[in-house]
Design a protein around this ligand. Structure first.
Ligand code: HEM
Length: 536
């Protein structure tokens, strides 16, 4: 078969060859770049391949690079892939555009099929859905369940129990051993156990002395990495790789298998447990004996069992699976990376640390405590921390600089004109760069890049409520994060308890860098050592 016939019969083969050539080109340039002591951060539009080489060259530091490009280009820019690839994105960090897209004209800017395909691991979830009836009902149901006093009470108790019984003793052991520790890993393991306890009612013990590999946790992280690659490549390219089961798509297939196995197994065992207990009597979430047994999965299963009456929100285990994967994906890493970046920022800003400690000490004193000089550790519940405005400011400042979900994608349904004057055609992809929104001088002033919790506090000592287009970490409009309250509560309670009891010294020369994943992990971890503040 000659080349012409081969390409006609196997267009996917041609694409594979083209992909290899671009990767080879990028490899050569990066090699040259590193030999020259660095790579360029400009966005170059080349004939045929468009801006793809620029993107791939900067993929390893994509969020900082995109923020720089946006700052230089007035907060909005077009990004074009290879000719005929269908890859045309409008990148923006402009709050006016965010408001227009997520609120003013929200019905015209949806996730769309393209992103549902990219976000395949979460299936037909709330996050990936558009404004249809199923999305509305599921979102309402999830919010209702999370706002139930029983759930909130249980969530607070579970957090307290795990912080007191697992996290603090674990940190104490690490402090005693004095070895180097990756705090990001520790916090990731802890929040995983917390999320599984809260959502599934099971503690998987990922935070334990032997640092076990938890396949489900690994699979979620792998899937997140591959999602970023899918964003960066023309759709036909990653679909071809998926079809051939090569490269990142091979990893995705393996991750999906593990995720499915985990979730379906837990749905089945929860159903069996509920039937055995004979507790599934109505569609109300119930409190277990110790007040800690309320979990979201139980609430959803109860709802599923009420099927017809409730509009069949979870007509199948598949839709239950999608929602549970989404809850883990949306709730786990977002919270763990918030606490990790906060921990690093606090450890490297001694004056901020001192103010937090002062604020927490006043809570302990008001509670009749002795500032840690007692046998147990001091554990803070979120209810006790209401008056800690400075800690709130630190959390907001952390989320401003390190938005845990750095990119928020939308797709235009009809032709539209954005407040910047950009004309978007049907099908145009708009990427709200939440990481960049928090770093633009235009949005935050000349000191946008600095960590200054004070910027969040009024002269009267109150927390400044910024609008959700400018402080964009939780998104905005009807699809705004529905776990905001839970995420903030966990971040505050865990950070307060850990910081109050332990000092973290960042390893010399270590600077965590944002990974290129859909979640803003630290790609090189958070290395350092721990010291007890109140040695026992
Ligand atoms: C610090 C922690 C968190 C951050 C920064 C965060 C951020 C976000 C962002 C940026 C979105 C997209 C919003 C949009 O499209 O405009 C989102 C959506 C969502 N989040 Fe969160 N999240 C956090 C914690 C949580 C938690 C703990 C849960 C679950 C309990 C959760 C559940 C969801 C869900 C279900 C959606 C989809 C909402 C929809 O599309 O209607 N999130 N989150």
């Amino acid at each position: 078969m000659d080349a012409v016939h081969f390409s006609a019969a196997h267009p996917e083969g041609l694409l594979a060859i083209a992909t290899s050539l671009v990767f080879f080109f990028v490899f050569l340039v990066r090699l040259k770049g590193s030999a020259m002591g660095g790579i360029r951060s400009s966005l170059v539009d080349l004939p045929v391949v468009g801006m793809l080489p620029s993107i791939l060259l900067n993929l390893h530091r994509v969020h900082d690079w995109a923020a720089k490009v946006l700052e230089d280009r007035g907060c909005t820019t077009w990004v074009r892939g290879p000719w005929l690839s269908g890859m045309v994105y409008l990148f923006t960090s402009d709050p006016a555009v965010a408001k227009y897209v997520t609120s003013t004209r929200y019905k015209n800017f949806v996730r769309g099929t393209r992103f549902r395909e990219i976000l395949e691991p979460v299936g037909n979830s709330i996050l990936a859905s558009d404004f249809n009836e199923s999305w509305r009902v599921r979102r309402r149901l999830t919010l209702d369940l999370m706002h139930q006093p029983e759930f909130q009470h249980s969530h607070r108790r579970t957090t307290h129990r795990l912080v007191e019984g697992k996290l603090l003793p674990f940190l104490a052991d690490l402090a005693r051993q004095g070895d180097a520790v990756d705090m990001q890993d520790v916090l990731q393991r802890f929040t995983f156990d917390l999320v599984c306890s809260t959502f599934f009612g099971v503690d998987l013990g990922s935070l334990s002395a032997d640092f076990p590999t938890v396949p489900f946790a690994r699979a979620v992280s792998d899937a997140e990495e591959v999602i970023v690659v899918r964003f960066a490549l023309p759709p036909a390219w990653w679909k071809l790789m998926r079809w051939l089961r090569i490269g990142p798509e091979r990893k995705m297939a393996a991750a999906m298998r593990v995720i499915d196995e985990f979730i379906y197994q837990h749905i089945a065992s929860k159903k069996a447990e509920l039937c055995k207990d004979g507790r599934r009597t109505d569609n109300k979430t119930q409190v277990g004996e110790d007040g800690a047994a309320v979990d979201l999965l139980r609430g959803f299963i109860d709802h599923q069992s009420a099927g017809e009456a409730k509009g069949r929100t979870f007509e199948s285990d598949r839709s239950l699976r999608d929602t549970m994967v989404e809850m883990v994906v949306a709730g786990w890493h977002t919270t763990s990376v918030s606490i990790s970046w906060l921990y690093w920022l606090v450890a490297t800003h001694p004056s901020v640390e001192a103010r937090i400690l002062e604020e927490l000490a006043s809570v302990v004193r008001a509670d009749g405590g002795d500032g840690g000089r007692h046998p147990g550790y001091t554990v803070f519940d979120v209810d006790e921390l209401h008056g800690c405005v400075y800690l709130d400011a630190v959390i907001h400042e952390t989320l401003r600089l390190f938005a845990p979900l750095p990119l928020n994608p939308f797709c235009a349904v009809e032709k539209d004109v954005l407040p910047t004057g950009e004309v978007v055609k049907p099908g145009t992809i708009i990427l709200l760069d939440l990481y960049a929104v928090g770093r633009m001088e235009k949005n935050w002033g000349k000191d946008a890049g600095e960590f200054k919790p004070e910027r969040w506090i009024t002269e009267e000592g109150k927390l400044i409520e910024e609008n959700s287009y400018k402080f964009a970490a939780f998104g905005s409009g009807p699809k705004m994060c529905l776990g905001r309250r839970v995420g903030l509560a966990v971040t505050k309670a865990v950070a307060a308890s850990a910081i109050y009891n332990f000092r973290f010294n960042v390893a010399e020369g270590h600077r965590p860098l944002p990974s290129s994943s859909v979640v803003l992990h630290m790609k090189n971890g958070l290395m350092g050592s721990l010291r007890e503040r109140f040695p026992r």
